[in-house]
Design a protein around this ligand. Structure first.
Ligand code: ADE
Length: 226
């Protein structure tokens, strides 16, 4: 998969995408992420990409011209399956959407800043608008990093068996069961006996039961949405 990201703050994205699983995905050639400084397509030599909004009001708006030039230039090299704008008024990101996006070949992510981007870009270029939750961040970079991480770890070959995404919370609308490691007894707090039984059928049953219980207690809405 190839992901291009348009941003005025590349530095905010570089670190989250260059460690651990995202690093491995890129080293293995399963994912390429290219971060593009939007100011490369600025309207003047001062690197301007934003301007006052028509109708008045506080806050600048990211202008059409730099974004269109960037999108059109990047679209010469590849055809995007989706052009995604990260925005708090987009569709809320859920595992199901991540699963769907992980099957695509080429994605272009646009990170907004200030008051947002000119509506005409949303109307004529953006194919999907995604919010990572009902709160407002200062820009789309952290949401973009979250989206790339969530997608990248699902690409075949990125995770090994132990970390397989099949067992993640939300994959089957259930939260993940509790997990334990050494020692068996820590300050008198014991690991449940069943996990030491060696009986894989019993362990799987116990884990499923725990997942169900946890989901009922914490996220009953997930069970209603089956
Ligand atoms: N930009 C600012 N806040 C955001 C959010 N919650 N989701 C996506 N993009 C954003």
């Amino acid at each position: 998969m190839h992901i291009d990201i348009l941003t005025v703050l590349p530095e905010l994205l570089e670190s989250p995408l260059s460690h651990s699983i995202m690093k491995r995905a890129q080293e293995k050639g399963l994912l390429t992420v290219e971060i593009h400084q939007l100011r490369k397509w600025a309207v003047n030599e001062y690197g301007q990409v934003d301007d006052y909004q028509y109708g008045g009001g506080a806050g600048m708006v990211m202008m059409c011209e730099p974004l269109v030039k960037a999108i059109e230039e990047l679209s010469v090299a590849r055809t995007y399956d989706e052009i995604i704008f990260l925005t708090p008024d987009g569709e809320q990101l859920k595992q199901k959407m991540v699963n769907t996006l992980s099957l695509k070949e080429n994605l272009l992510l646009i990170c907004g800043h200030y008051k947002g981007i000119d509506q005409r870009i949303r109307d004529h270029f953006v194919t999907k608008e995604i919010s990572i939750g009902d709160y407002v961040l200062s820009g789309g970079e952290l949401p973009a990093a979250i989206l790339v991480d969530a997608i990248g770890r699902l690409l075949p070959g990125v995770l090994n068996d132990e970390t397989s995404a099949l067992f993640d919370s939300f994959q089957d609308n259930l939260l993940a069961p509790p997990v334990y490691s050494r020692p068996v007894d820590f300050r008198g707090w014991k690991v449940p006996d069943v996990l030491m039984s060696g009986n894989h059928r019993l362990i799987e049953e116990w884990r499923h039961e725990q997942s169900l219980q946890r989901t009922k207690e914490r996220r009953p809405d997930l069970l209603d949405n089956q």
